[in-house]
Ligand binder design. Structure first.
Ligand code: H2U
Ligand code: ZN
Length: 342
């Protein structure tokens, strides 16, 4: 079997799920034209934006005239600290549990027109410091088992506000994706005594086939089992279970990796590249998680141009996710792009 020619499936060791790869459908490398979208020229300050400094938000809330990052409790939180606790059960089949939690919004910058891809390492560094502060603070709450930090970028991802920001949803239970990764990493460590992602990273850095780029402390690669065409994983080279144990140099390395990846992404289709990204790390329920290795997933929907996206429909909803472009092909494309923003 040739991984670049023949249909096959690949296993995600972090979740145990499989992806179907059909490289024979893209035998002819795509050299298509990149359609130019009108540049979305945004003002540095938008009086109608609920995230810009000094502006009104829902209800009576008003943002301060903030100058760096700005954190507030989501006015439409999906999870609430004071949710009544309880359990609903009908036999073995119907089960519901109360879920307490906390939702916050973090503005990366007072500038309405910036994105992580257009911010400097010096501007991204305080965003990372804020993630760390929030992870420690929220993770320290007795009812919070998991702190999910994520950024939903672009209208295609359902985000209607371009102001650079991310969200935190913290919950009483470890959510599905993190729970699955917790279990797999724990099993791997119990079976072999090592860290799943440390071992995986060693293989990737050796072969370099799927590596997009690396710096001293972080590697950016297209995982062997990637589902989205240009899906990427960002991993610290050192073994860290969570973001708060990164050294100053490693935090800088993370800021550098985020900036460079963002630039390459934007340059791919000459558009402000949409994606959902987020950190996966150790739960904060007080357990011991020596097998956990911090990482960031980037899941971008675009397939062929600024407007042509991959749909997760049909066989993917009823069978298993599928891709045509191989992860190795996607990594080669991303490797060939400039780190200077178009
Ligand atoms: P997204 O665009 O990534 O969804 O983030 C915007 C968040 O901001 C969204 O979760 C919140 C929404 O609930 N929000 C407020 O907290 N206050 C507002 O006045 C408007 C939007
Ligand atoms: Zn704004």
């Amino acid at each position: 079997m040739n991984l670049q020619d023949d249909p096959h499936r690949r296993r995600n060791p972090l979740t145990g799920e499989w992806v179907l790869v059909s490289p024979h459908r893209t035998k002819r490398p795509w050299k298509g034209e990149v359609e130019e979208l009108p540049a979305d020229r945004l003002p540095a300050y938008d009086p109608g934006c609920y995230l810009c400094p000094g502006n009104a938000r829902a209800g009576d809330a008003r943002n301060p005239a903030y100058e760096g990052t700005f954190v507030f409790v989501n006015d439409f939180s999906a999870l609430l600290p004071e949710a009544p606790s309880g359990r609903y059960e009908r036999g073995e089949l119907l089960l519901a549990e109360s879920e307490r939690g906390l939702c916050k919004v973090i503005c990366f910058s007072p500038r309405h027109d910036l994105t992580l891809a257009r911010m400097s390492v010096e501007e991204i560094a305080p965003v990372i410091d804020t993630w760390i502060d929030q992870y420690v603070e929220i993770g320290g709450l007795d009812y919070v088992a998991y702190v999910q930090i994520f950024e939903n970028r672009g209208a295609m991802m359902g985000n209607s506000n371009p102001h650079p920001h991310c969200q935190i949803w913290a919950s009483e239970h470890v959510p599905l994706a993190a729970a699955s990764e917790t279990e797999r990493q724990h099993e791997y460590r119990a079976d072999r005594g090592g860290c799943l992602l440390c071992d995986y990273l060693r293989i990737e850095l050796e072969s370099a086939e799927r590596v997009v780029f690396e710096n001293e402390s972080f590697a950016v690669l297209v995982p062997f089992w990637a589902v989205w065409p240009y899906e990427v994983m960002l991993l610290p080279k050192g073994h860290h279970a969570s973001i708060d144990t990164l050294s100053r140099e490693e935090r800088r390395g993370l800021a550098d990796a985020i900036r460079r990846l963002g630039c390459r992404y934007d340059n791919l289709f000459r558009t402000s590249f949409p994606y959902s990204m987020g950190a996966h790390q150790r739960p904060t329920d007080g357990g011991d998680y020596p097998g956990w290795h911090l990482h960031f997933h980037y899941y971008p929907p675009l397939l062929r141009s600024a407007t042509v996206r991959k749909f997760m429909v049909g066989y993917e909803m009823l069978g298993t996710p599928q891709r045509d472009i191989t992860p190795e092909g996607a990594a080669a494309t991303l490797r060939g792009l400039s780190e200077i923003h178009y």
